[in-house]
Design a protein around this ligand. Structure first.
Ligand code: NAD
Length: 351
């Protein structure tokens, strides 16, 4: 029986997860044998059991086929010591424990939403790219600390050859299934870790002669993503560069509330929206649930090979947007403004 662990987390995570599960149940049908189990994580887990990643939650995630995560964190827990906070205490260890080394974020300009973007229509029309971000190495996982004399702080950026090989291989494989263009983003003019990354990428490229490989410095990549995003097909990059570039790229799709993501280790995956817990709008039925709903489509595709059902969800989302339905973050003058729950209902209706 396919087992899915559901982790609502904090803030709007608690509002978007029920909508995603509702859509999933609708697409899977009444007689499906999926088992959904809900567990605590993040600030909510700190409040209830004193730790951001309870052992029970971690065990359940390890034995599941897939994990759906809403979002975690918020100002209430910001003053806790770093390792106890939701992000460092739960999200990063969960990625590490499940060995989720590849974060995949597709960015597609949805025709009905082009006018919601702050970028010009001619720039984002027909954008269709995927960012593949390394997720368990680099600065976020390197040794970190404080020193005295002089008072200072440090975070180490370390990548092993194996860590680079597995993510770059995945990127080449992904490029093969698409327009066969791969751009590896680094900072090889300054960072030794980037020079190492580039050497290994060039070595792997020898096996993939059909794929056109380019290298780009991360500062230029940020500029090019806004200047002429259509030049990109697949982008592969290390953890922190990917973190920043994917938020930037989210605007190419209209709103961060639209950007889904999959974090994979083979077929097993954790699926979550790219955005955070949005404390500014939490509890107000204002959050856009579509990134979470699109993340469930990625789950059906990557963890369960249910491609037709995944496409059904994606088409239902596109249909709802074409019908003019909008949550506040993507609203336009004259659009039909819906709350979180109503948007979930609209997607189910469209299915
Ligand atoms: P955020 O993504 O939560 O919010 C940024 C802005 O985007 C806010 O104005 C918010 O209202 C808006 N927004 C985000 N998602 C939206 C949605 N679905 N619908 C409508 N509007 C949406 O980022 P932040 O404010 O920098 O972080 C808030 C908290 O979330 C912090 O504690 C942060 O650490 C955490 N965070 C968690 C994750 C995660 O769980 N994976 C990721 C990023 C940030």
């Amino acid at each position: 029986m396919p087992k899915v662990v559901v982790l609502p987390g904090d803030g709007i995570g608690k509002e978007i997860i029920p909508e995603a599960v509702k859509v999933l149940q609708a697409v899977l049908g009444n007689n499906n044998n999926f088992e959904f189990e809900e567990y605590l994580i993040g600030g909510s887990a700190i409040d209830e059991v004193g730790t951001a990643l309870p052992a029970e939650t971690l065990e359940a995630c390890k034995s599941a086929d897939a994990v759906l995560l809403g979002a975690i964190g918020g100002p209430k827990w910001d003053n806790l010591p770093a390792q106890q906070r939701p992000e460092l205490g739960a999200l990063l260890p969960l990625r590490k424990e499940l060995n989720l080394y590849a974060n995949i974020r597709p960015v597609k300009a949805i025709p009905a939403l082009i006018s919601a973007s702050t970028l010009k229509e001619e720039v984002i029309k027909n954008v269709d790219l995927v960012v593949i971000r390394e997720l368990t190495g680099g600065l976020y996982f390197g040794e970190k600390g404080r020193k005295k004399d002089p008072e200072s702080a440090y975070d180490l950026l370390v990548y092993t050859e194996d860590e680079i090989r597995r993510i770059v291989e995945l990127a080449f494989q992904t490029a093969l299934t698409r327009r066969k263009k791969l751009c590896s983003v680094d900072k090889a003019n300054v960072l030794e870790s980037s020079r190492f990354w580039r050497e290994i990428t060039n070595d792997i490229a020898k096996k993939y002669s059909e794929v056109e490989l380019t290298h780009m410095y991360v500062d230029n990549a940020a500029m090019q993503l806004v200047r002429y995003p259509k030049q990109f097909d697949v982008i592969v990059t290390e953890n922190m560069f990917g973190d920043i570039l994917t938020d930037l790229a989210s605007m190419l799709g209209g709103s961060i509330g639209m950007l889904a993501s999959a974090s994979l280790s083979g077929r097993k995956g954790l699926y979550e929206p790219a955005h955070g817990s949005a404390p500014d709008i939490a509890g107000q039925n204002k959050a856009n649930p579509l990134a979470m709903i699109l993340s469930t489509a990625m789950m059906l595709r990557y963890s369960f090979d249910l491609h037709t059902k995944a496409s059904k969800i994606e088409n239902a989302v596109a249909k709802v947007l074409e019908q003019g339905y909008r949550t506040a973050d993507i609203a336009e003058v004259g659009g039909k403004l819906l709350g979180t729950r109503e948007m979930g209902d609209a997607v189910v209706e469209a299915l």
